[in-house]
Design a protein around this ligand. Structure first.
Ligand code: GDP
Ligand code: MG
Length: 384
């Protein structure tokens, strides 16, 4: 069997290259984000295979004899014979694809398109495979499909089953109610510029002041000269009390002093990849405070792999939930869903613009799925 990888900026382009070079009989064996060491060649990798007899045939076929100039020069006859050849080629490709479906990343050939769509929307290859596998099992177990067991499932049924699977997988939790007799304390952590301070003020208004709940804001962002000042100004505008703190002890004292407030929101400095040593002291403190709920804030447009690295970096804070900002700058929810599933953390809030507090939404499965299913369809890509 001849196997070859093709790299390109999109899965479709990689498939086009493969088809061009290996011909219509070649089988799609796998598609995935290119591993980091091969990223220079293209963002996506597809692997195609030619089965032995096809590979052999291709190589050992004698050159076609010169065509006789007779009835075959008639344009209609030529067109018909061209079409017949195409149909035969498609039939051959389909037959071998069915026969070798078990070697594909999908449970049946008709699932290849939705699988590639999920990859295109930046779901991780592992999660896309799992979703497609479960959707297939769901359809297969449905008595309504038993009579048509031998026929391929229809695209609309596949999409419904994948949607159901995603609804089952997506986890959201936007509750910020005050526990009895205590304040609800929430801290936002994340990389610089991801929208922590803005989101914190949005939360203060929509989950606090709008429901007559008293709010206390704390900034631990004293690394930068103007870090805490931004939040102090917002606190004054929205009429919340405010403290700036330099140390975990200072934070603890500020929380204690405002226990009677319904909602205490803590802003933190943005830590880039090179700043994580500095983050260690705060991370230890937050990890040891079960009364403080930490949410990691990250932009929704991050690619799955980068988002994964950011979330892993902030794991030292023992975060409970994820907030995604800048939904207005992306149309893909694959990375958010993949990472929420991988880390086992629910998505709490989504933000979709700079307006305070309008551009904040409690996360819902429906909203995340909308981003997967109601964006313009990627051009149909079929493995057959
Ligand atoms: N387009 C867009 N911009 C946002 C969103 N959330 C925050 N921003 C902007 O991103 C910039 C950085 O936000 P900021 O809250 O200061 O980030 P921080 O450094 O994490 O505290 C500001 O200009 C915000 O107005 C959002 O959902 N969409
Ligand atoms: Mg900030």
């Amino acid at each position: 069997m001849k196997m070859k990888s093709f790299f390109a900026p999109t899965v479709e382009e990689a498939i086009e290259q493969a088809r061009h070079e290996m011909g219509p009989e070649a089988l799609l064996v796998n598609s995935r984000k290119a591993p980091p060491e091969a990223r220079g060649l293209g963002e996506y990798e597809v692997v195609f295979a030619l089965l032995p007899e096809e590979a052999d045939n291709k190589e050992s076929q004698p050159p076609a004899p010169p065509r006789a100039e007779s009835a075959s020069s008639n344009p209609v006859t030529l067109e018909l014979s061209g079409l017949r050849k195409q149909v035969e080629e498609m039939g051959r490709a389909l037959t071998s694809l069915r026969a070798h479906a078990s070697s594909l990343a999908v449970p049946a050939p008709e699932f290849a398109e939705i699988y590639l769509r999920l990859i295109e929307y930046d779901f991780s290859a592992e999660l896309a495979q799992e979703i497609v596998k479960q959707a297939h099992a769901r359809l297969d177990a449905d008595p309504a499909s038993w009579s048509r067991r031998k026929a391929p499932f229809e695209a609309s049924s596949i999409e419904r089953a994948v949607r159901t699977e995603l609804e089952y997988l997506v986890s959201v939790d936007a509750t910020l109610e005050t526990p009895p007799e205590k304040a609800r304390v929430v801290a936002l952590v994340g990389p610089p510029g991801c929208g922590k301070t803005t989101t914190l003020v949005k939360l203060a208004v929509s989950n606090g002041l709008a429901s007559a709940r008293r709010v206390h804001l704390i900034s631990a962002d004293t690394r930068r000269v103007s870090g805490a000042e931004q939040l102090r100004t917002y606190a004054a505008i929205i009429g919340a009390t405010f403290d700036a703190v330099d140390t975990p002890l200072g934070l603890q004292q500020s929380i204690e002093a405002h226990r009677e407030k319904g909602l205490i929101l803590v802003d933190t400095p943005g830590y880039g990849a090179v700043d994580m040593d500095e983050a260690a002291e705060w991370a230890r403190f937050f990890s040891n405070q079960p009364g403080i709920e930490v949410h990691v804030v990250a932009p929704a447009w991050m690619r799955s792999a980068d988002l994964g690295r950011v979330l892993d970096r902030f794991e030292i804070f023992s975060p409970a939930k994820l907030i995604f900002t800048r939904l207005d700058e992306t149309s893909s929810a694959g990375a958010m869903i993949s990472e929420s599933v991988r880390t086992g953390k629910p998505v709490s809030f989504l933000t979709c613009g700079q307006q305070i507090p309008e551009d904040l939404e409690p996360a819902t499965a429906g909203r995340l799925l909308e981003l997967v299913f109601e964006r313009p369809a990627v051009r149909a890509v079929s493995a057959a």
